[in-house]
Design a protein around this ligand. Structure first.
Ligand SMILES: [Zn+2]
Length: 253
């Protein structure tokens, strides 16, 4: 179910153990071939497929579509809010969820720049609200071991606007994918311990702006993206997400 498609009395009649999902994403550059909405569309895609499976066992909030993207602002069109703003927005939304008595909330993240502050939100808010089961899931991490099998381009290939995000967008909104604008991998090598992609987190975090990581805004290999791979990624991520939701429901029983 979608929170904002229900009436107020319909929300009031719901089982409060039903987990509430808050999708959080970004509006930021994804190279010359993918739209600024890529991260939001990917998060909403997983929610939609999950809703197809268990509509009456999940409640999906409207997306937070602007995230922490300061490091993308050298590229035109990227929107960003400060980490403090993002933390406050998640806090205010969670306050509403708690006010109406819901007992389970999952933040579903689809943007790397939201991960650290999202985890901080869970730690801060979770401590203050023991009545709420609160979790955060970033889509490429909830089934990373299985997703590895789909990664044809090796380390650094499944990064920002690369193999996986391009594959998903070919499923979600092929009309918004500019295949004639796909550029080849332009990852700028740096210290080995700082290298990583969606599947392989770096050993240590070295701060770099996106333009220093890649001059064309793409960190990875979008040419390896296919619609079939996008469906395969979806078929791995959605059941993993479904398991989290069903487990959270059980937790509050
Ligand atoms: Zn992205």
């Amino acid at each position: 179910m979608y929170w904002d498609q229900l009436t107020s009395p319909q929300v009031d009649a719901l089982d409060r153990n039903i987990p509430v999902i808050l999708p959080v994403s970004a509006t930021e550059q994804h190279g010359a071939h993918l739209p600024l909405a890529t991260d939001r569309l990917i998060g909403e895609h997983f929610c939609s497929r999950l809703n197809d499976q268990i509509a009456d066992q999940v409640l999906i909030l409207p997306s937070v579509g602007i995230g922490c993207s300061e490091h993308h602002k050298d590229f035109a069109g990227s929107l960003s809010v400060q980490h403090q703003t993002f933390l406050q927005q998640l806090t205010d939304i969670a306050d509403c969820v708690v006010k109406y008595g819901f007992k389970n909330m999952l933040v579903l993240n689809s943007h790397g720049g939201n991960q650290a502050i999202g985890q901080s939100f869970v730690e801060i808010y979770g401590y203050r609200h023991p009545e709420l089961n609160l979790a955060i899931a970033t889509w490429w991490r909830i089934a990373a071991e299985t997703l590895y099998k789909l990664n044809d381009t090796g380390p650094g290939g499944a990064g920002h606007a690369g193999e996986f995000e391009t594959s998903l967008m070919l499923v979600i909104a092929p009309d918004l994918v500019h295949l004639d604008q796909v550029q080849s991998k332009a990852n700028v090598p740096t210290l080995a311990w700082a290298e990583g992609d969606l599947l392989r987190g770096p050993k240590a975090g070295l701060y770099r702006r996106m333009k220093d990581m890649t001059p064309n805004g793409v960190y990875g290999e979008p040419a390896a993206g296919t619609r079939e791979k996008g469906e395969e990624i979806t078929a791995i991520v959605v059941p993993a997400l479904q398991q989290i939701i069903l487990d959270m429901y059980q937790l509050s029983q």
